[in-house]
Ligand binder design. Structure first.
Ligand code: PEP
Ligand code: MG
Length: 319
């Protein structure tokens, strides 16, 4: 029975109406990449590289980083691995990177914006990533992108470093969609990016102006708010035909939001490794086209609580 379950976890997730959905895993280290592979993940949808930079007195050097990234790619045995460049600022801080204290760090110099003030830190990371063998399996993802120009700038940087290393084959380069302007500008971003991945944790925070760290707002800072759903739809529509769209925020693993994201047209969901088998099982029970028929109705509701209620009722009758 255990063997049967493992086989089901490794098989692709195909919905009842024939949509194949990639189910990836979110990890913070190469050790977790091995767990993800064992759990049956179709790839890594998000490796948060920050973890490599934590609990030390200085940033890891290029060789240390390269070893960790290579080990993560190797652990997935040919499946795609998305590694996110350093996402520091606001809720994510490093002890040796003294960022100036500002009134609104969530709106400050963070994520990809750090390149301007700390170019060496991020260039070292790109070099470590570029040196990974099997670049066709590696995908580099940039956090906190606000518009296509920012991603074009990173691509220029990546190509310049590749040239200096004498490399001709480059990994795919994608943008996280976690700022409303990026969702609204998805068409232009999709023309510049090889893939997009929606970070619903930050997209929800920035759409609703509700701090993701504020416990008093936690119940209302919900991805199922109709306004957040509208931005997710805008992203999928904007990217249509140009590049694939995934979701790597916590919403991907939410029992109601995960299936809805697929109904909205998302191609890939990435969740904690332990959630991979149950998410695949849930997707196999889903009629995504039937759920998609409820979307106009959901979009017309007032708030996330109403959407949750409607979805719960839909699953009780249809699933
Ligand atoms: C997100 O914002 O949804 C995301 C996946 O990134 P993080 O949670 O690391 O900010
Ligand atoms: Mg984020």
């Amino acid at each position: 029975r255990a063997a049967l379950e493992r086989e089901a976890a490794r098989a692709p997730a195909v919905t009842r109406d024939g949509r194949e959905v990639e189910v990836g895993a979110n990890i913070g280290s190469a050790a977790e990449a091995r767990l993800a592979a064992e759990a049956g993940a179709d790839g890594i949808g998000l490796m948060r590289s920050e973890f490599l930079f934590l609990e030390r007195s200085s940033a890891p050097d290029e060789d240390d980083q390269h070893r960790e990234y290579q080990a993560a790619v190797d652990a997935l045995d040919g499946k795609p691995v998305i590694i996110r460049t350093l996402d520091i600022g606001a809720d994510k801080q490093l002890p040796y990177l003294r960022l100036p204290v500002v009134p609104n760090p969530a709106l400050g110099v963070r994520g990809a914006r750090l390149w301007q003030s700390h170019p060496e830190l991020l260039d070292t990371q790109l070099r470590a990533l570029l040196r990974v063998s099997a670049p066709e399996r590696l995908r580099i993802m940039v956090p906190m992108i606000a518009d296509a120009g920012e991603l074009a700038w990173v691509r220029g940087r990546l190509e310049g470093l590749a040239e200096s290393l004498g490399l001709t084959r480059l990994p795919a380069l994608g943008a996280m969609i976690e700022v409303p302007s990026a969702a609204l500008g998805a068409r232009r971003l999709a023309a510049e990016a090889d893939f997009l991945s929606i970070g619903t944790n930050d997209l929800t925070q920035y759409t609703l102006a509700m701090d993701r760290e504020e416990p008093r707002l936690a119940a209302r800072a919900d991805v199922l708010h109709p306004a957040v759903l509208a931005l997710i739809e805008a992203t999928v529509k904007g990217a249509a035909g140009a590049c694939p769209v995934g979701v790597c925020g916590a919403a991907a693993g939410d029992d109601l939001a995960g299936p809805l994201l697929v109904a909205l047209g998302v191609d890939e969901l990435s969740v904690e490794p332990a959630r991979v088998p149950s998410l695949k099982a849930a997707l196999r029970r889903l009629d995504a086209a039937a759920l998609a028929e409820t979307v106009p109705e959901l979009r017309a509701l007032d708030d996330a609580a109403a959407v949750r209620q409607r979805l719960t009722a839909w699953f009780a009758t249809d699933a």
